[in-house]
Ligand binder design. Structure first.
Ligand code: ZN
Length: 437
């Protein structure tokens, strides 16, 4: 996107020239500098803008009052034309940064996500980023502390939440962290739940949301032998591994995320670790998805940008990416939603490039995980409350489900470490390209 900048007192000739250039689509918008404001060098650099004047002076009404009345109508017309053209081509929006000193079009929360394009990495960049994934850290430092029973409102839940919180707090990117607690009636009475939210840059107009659930399912403990120790449900794939993968992803990309935050990009990353995904009895609309139902409701009531009349935090979400039931060998992921098909294609593309670079282990075929040749029905999960309110969803869940789902066998013994590492690399490339890191 290119823009023509006019100072606050454009002459008839300057406006006429700008309008001609608009018609020729040489420029797609016209910027008028606010009185007393300065157009900074960064903006000139990032947008390729031609700047007529480097700074603007307050209007001198006495000199130009009569002429200005005529010009107002022309400037308004030129701006309208500019916005019209700019709305038809927002493919380079991410290279343009909001600047308080420049009158520039507001982010379009409804349409910008539809025209967002990923950055394309070179092979060398892909190698470097994939090399930042550390499977030892993922397994021992990040996953192991989560492999405990973590029922909502219990000490196990609090410990796991503290583990996630303290790890994110330690990263240099500077995450804004929040534990959002609430009480909800359940078949077991009133239970306290806590979602853990992390936002890289809370001031960014748009967000790419990456989520999983950290609670484990309430199941009757059992022992293999009458005298043996009681075994509890640990939910290794459901969803301890997805939580650890998200932590590893933001750890591997820590430096790049820090840089992206400093650049004040249009899109930032938000993480959500949901509580209360699992039902206490048979899953039903009222007994399951406690945390995601609560957050979707909260976000739908929060105007965004602050003070907005018609848009909420849900509109800020480019996409809701949900990880679940990951960690077993030979997983298959299918595309569940037409609206995010092009982003599912990006997962396939990331897997293919990593394979061809020899960066995936125990990965015999170019495309083993993300399959478009197979169709499966949608799966009830934490995305549902967001999907119902129109948020685009990318659901990365193993289908068919692993054989050990919701059994005491969903433990570390049934996980496949190379697969977890491979999938984390795929996600690293996917998120880094989406966010333009
Ligand atoms: Zn489950």
């Amino acid at each position: 996107m290119t823009a023509r900048v006019l100072h606050s007192e454009p002459t008839i000739r300057e406006i006429g020239l700008a309008r001609t250039q608009l018609r020729n689509t040489q420029y797609q918008t016209i910027l008028v500098c606010k009185p007393g404001m300065r157009i900074n060098r960064r903006h000139r650099h990032t947008t390729g803008t031609e700047v007529l004047l480097g700074s603007c002076n307050p209007l001198r009404m006495s000199r130009v009052r009569v002429v200005l009345l005529c010009l107002c109508g022309m400037v308004a017309l030129a701006l309208t034309l500019g916005f019209y053209f700019s709305s038809n081509d927002a493919s380079d929006d991410d290279s343009i940064h909001m600047d308080d000193n420049i009158l520039f079009r507001e982010p379009d929360l409804i349409n910008d996500k539809l025209t967002h394009n990923p950055r394309r990495f070179t092979m060398a960049q892909i190698k470097r980023l994939a090399g930042q994934v550390n499977s030892g850290r993922l397994w021992y430092a990040l996953l192991k502390p989560i492999l405990v029973e973590r029922l909502p409102g219990t000490r196990g839940s609090r410990r796991v939440r503290d583990h996630i919180y303290s790890h994110l707090e330690f990263l240099s990117a500077g995450w804004s962290l929040e534990i959002d607690s609430f009480n909800s009636p359940t078949p077991k009475g009133l239970i306290s739940f806590s979602n853990l939210l992390a936002v890289l840059d809370p001031s960014a107009p748009r967000r790419l949301l990456l989520a999983c659930h950290y609670d484990s399912k309430a199941m009757v403990s059992a022992s293999k032998t009458p005298a043996g120790p009681l075994r509890r449900f640990l939910g290794a794939s459901d969803a301890a591994v997805p939580c650890a993968m998200i932590l590893e992803l933001v750890t591997a990309l820590d430096i790049q995320l820090k840089g992206q935050k400093q650049q004040k990009s249009q899109v930032t990353l938000q993480l959500v670790f949901f509580d209360g995904n699992e039902a206490f009895e048979q899953p039903s609309p009222s007994d399951s998805l406690y945390g995601s139902r609560y957050l979707a409701d909260q976000m739908s009531r929060t105007p965004h940008p602050p003070g907005a009349q018609h848009t909420t935090m849900l509109n800020a979400l480019d996409m809701f990416v949900l990880l679940d039931l990951i960690g077993g060998p030979d997983p298959m992921f299918v595309n569940h939603f037409d609206s995010t098909e092009r982003w599912f294609d990006e997962l396939i593309y990331a897997e293919r490039r990593l394979h061809n670079l020899g960066l995936l282990s125990s990965h015999p075929r170019e495309v083993s995980y993300f399959r478009k040749d197979i169709t499966m029905g949608p799966v009830e999960d934490d995305h549902v409350p967001f999907l119902q309110q129109g948020v685009p969803v990318l659901h990365i869940i193993t289908t068919p489900f692993p054989s050990f789902i919701h059994t005491l066998e969903d433990t570390a013994e049934h996980l496949h470490s190379p697969t977890i590492e491979n999938l984390t690399k795929v996600l690293v490339i996917f998120f880094a390209e989406y966010l333009g890191l």
